[in-house]
Write a protein that binds this ligand. Structure first.
Ligand code: ATP
Ligand code: MG
Length: 354
């Protein structure tokens, strides 16, 4: 008999609805692997409460603690207006992405069966794409500063950084992904107005494309891409964009799916020995937190991506089939999807459908 595989997973529920959707996700994952793998969870109470007590979002050796895990399962961080959003982000999530070199952020955008997005004439056959977001530099590199602070002459700089090594590996990841799907890649830039970095990005895409003659490449300006996602989402198969552009377009993607409570994301480590991080695309949703209203699907789906990444592909596929069965039957849904069920009831129904 095969030994039961054991995975060490760091869990950071974080703030707001993160504290509700993560336990729901853990329940579903436990049920999916029951009997053939063990998920050894370590819950880390980091986030805005921790910040209020200690002045930091995580302990000084937080990154060292995380390094030893097989994966990280994260809810959301953010507690506006009590803690400024840039403090929560730069105190936890962005340092983790940089420390473990989580170079790509993979975000599937897919209309689930039975759900009606805001585009009345588009069904699940029209909305099925995967975004690859550059995840460690670009507009979120943290380069910049402020001079003449508080004076009429104040200037603030936020310098986008694009290195050849990084753009190339992100683009290559996307071409490989395109090969597993419909072999169409859309690269999103703003190379008409941003004449340095975005022109460089286009050049790197053209170079890497030579290794993938079987993949059809389209380049779009980000503004045109936003319009096209609404007008003709079926044109998208896999798309690659900078940290900022892909962040914005995937929230649009979540809206096309019918709720921000649906899209998941996988932050993948370039070095397979470092932990990758899995989280919903959405944030801490303070407007609905603490009331059992949060949709757990994004977090459950992110958990399925984590199991797939760990090699538990069969369990991951069963979770996806159960999520699709849940939306297709359509009677146990949270309020964002027009239902009346709670976070825990949705998780419970997914487990039944497994
Ligand atoms: P962040 O800056 O962390 O991305 P945000 O300010 O973009 O956060 P979110 O927290 O993602 O905001 O919330 C945006 C909207 O989507 C809110 O109205 C929120 O209630 C809704 N929302 C987010 N997550 C969920 C969820 N799991 N279920 C239902 N609604 C959600
Ligand atoms: Mg957001």
């Amino acid at each position: 008999m095969d030994a039961v595989k054991r995975y060490r997973i760091a869990v950071i529920p974080g703030d707001g609805v993160g504290k509700e959707v993560i336990p729901a996700g853990q329940r579903v994952l436990e049920a999916a692997v029951a009997g053939h793998a063990e998920l050894a969870w370590t819950v880390l109470p980091w986030g805005s409460d921790y910040y209020r007590q200690t002045g930091a979002m995580m302990p000084p050796d937080g990154l060292e603690i995380l390094r030893g895990f097989d994966a990280i399962y994260l809810g959301a961080v953010g507690d506006p207006p009590h803690v400024p959003d840039h403090v929560t982000l730069w105190g936890l999530l962005l340092p983790i992405r940089k420390a473990f070199d989580l170079y790509v952020n993979v975000r599937p955008i897919k209309l689930l069966p039975g759900l009606q997005g805001p585009l009345r004439n588009k069904g699940p056959e029209h909305i099925d794409m995967v975004f690859v977001r550059e995840n460690t530099e670009g507009e979120y590199a943290g380069a910049g500063g402020r001079v003449h602070v508080g004076t009429p002459h104040e200037v603030a700089l936020e310098t986008a950084v694009f290195s050849r090594f990084n753009v190339e590996r992100v683009v290559r990841y996307t071409f490989e992904l395109a090969r597993t799907r419909r072999k169409r890649l859309t690269s999103i830039t703003k190379s008409n107005a941003q004449q340095h970095a975005m022109v460089f990005w286009d050049a790197v895409v053209a170079e890497v494309a030579r290794d993938y003659p079987d993949v059809e490449v389209t380049s779009l300006l980000v503004d045109a891409a936003a319009a096209l996602m609404v007008r003709a989402p079926e044109r998208f198969d896999v798309a690659v964009g900078s940290n900022l552009f892909a962040d914005i377009l995937t929230d649009l993607g979540g809206a096309l799916m019918g709720s921000l409570g649906l899209p998941p994301s996988a932050n993948l480590a370039y070095n397979p020995r470092l932990p990758s991080l899995f989280e919903p695309v959405h944030g801490s949703a303070p407007d609905i937190a603490g009331r059992g209203l949060a949709n757990p699907i994004a977090t459950v789906w992110a958990g399925a991506m984590m199991l797939d990444h760990l090699g538990e592909t069969e369990a991951a596929n069963r979770i996806m089939t159960a999520i699709e069965a849940l939306t297709a039957e359509g009677n146990v849904l949270t309020p964002d999807l027009g239902g009346t069920a709670t976070t825990d009831q949705v998780a419970g129904r997914i487990i039944e459908l497994l």
